[in-house]
Design a protein around this ligand. Structure first.
Ligand code: ATP
Length: 235
């Protein structure tokens, strides 16, 4: 579904992504793990068109999307939940969700997806008129995910959904990610919480200072001593 080949991204003179290649097959959860500053966010932002690649190829459903504007990439079915769950703080929960669907015209479909978001995140329904900025961190993460779902994505890009959340909430968010995948959404998940990410992913890539240093079956990678030592606290 998504293929990234020999991607290079710069910030001025800083070479942030150094020739990475990765693939996401339809129906999978693929995770990209790595320490702070490894280039995970940059990779996601380049796929969704927010950063520009210097060289390399990004192909989505057989079409090159390298020079497609971000809004058109979203219309093609890629939606990103940014790090730090940037919701529109001064708008209500409902307004945030409606904005997620702004490119769509199928009123019935939008209504159906809104119902689905509320079924998945009942706490958002209870707070439908609340200003998003006053939601708790976990609720804001739910809202950011719900907003992305309202665009009816084929591929959902999640940037560190566990960041800053209490362990119980992390569990809840991850079980929802797994459910979304089982219901048909393909997911590319960026995480520093390697343990959780590897536990739900099919495939995994390990990023270190802009390079993929390891990749393979997520369960198999989780059992490797070098991963355990570097990313799973030696567990
Ligand atoms: P984190 O988990 O801390 O968010 P990350 O793996 O997502 O890290 P990136 O945010 O992609 O990493 O950053 C990769 C590298 O690019 C880092 O060295 C970072 O300092 C640099 N970088 C990111 N954004 C910019 C920017 N706007 N200008 C200059 N350098 C940047």
């Amino acid at each position: 579904m998504l293929k990234v080949e020999d991607l290079n991204v710069y910030y001025g003179a800083i070479h942030a992504i150094k020739g990475i290649s990765l693939e996401v097959e339809e129906g999978q959860i693929v995770t990209l793990i790595g320490a702070n500053g490894a280039g995970k966010t940059t990779t996601l932002r380049t796929i969704s068109g927010l950063n520009k690649a210097k060289s390399g190829q990004i192909t989505f459903k057989g079409k090159s999307i390298n020079s497609v504007p971000a809004q058109d990439i979203m219309a093609m079915g890629i939606s990103q939940v940014p790090e730090g769950r940037r919701v529109f703080a001064n708008m209500t929960v409902l307004e945030n969700l409606e904005l997620g669907a702004y490119l769509r015209k199928d009123k019935n479909g939008i209504k159906k997806d809104m119902d689905r978001v509320f079924l998945k995140f009942p706490r958002l329904f209870e707070r439908i008129k609340q200003q998003a900025g006053t939601l708790s961190g976990g609720e804001q993460q739910m809202l950011a995910m719900g907003r992305a779902l309202m665009s009816k994505p084929k591929l959902l890009l999640l940037d560190e959904p566990s960041m800053g959340l209490a362990p119980l909430l992390v569990q809840e968010i991850f079980s929802i990610i797994k459910e979304l995948n089982q219901e048909g959404t393909t997911i590319l998940l960026v995480e520093q919480n390697a343990h959780m990410a590897l536990s739900i992913a099919h495939q995994a890539y390990v990023l270190e200072t802009g390079r993929i240093v390891l990749s393979g079956d997520a369960k198999e990678l989780a059992s490797r001593p070098e991963i355990s030592e570097a990313y799973l606290g030696g567990a």
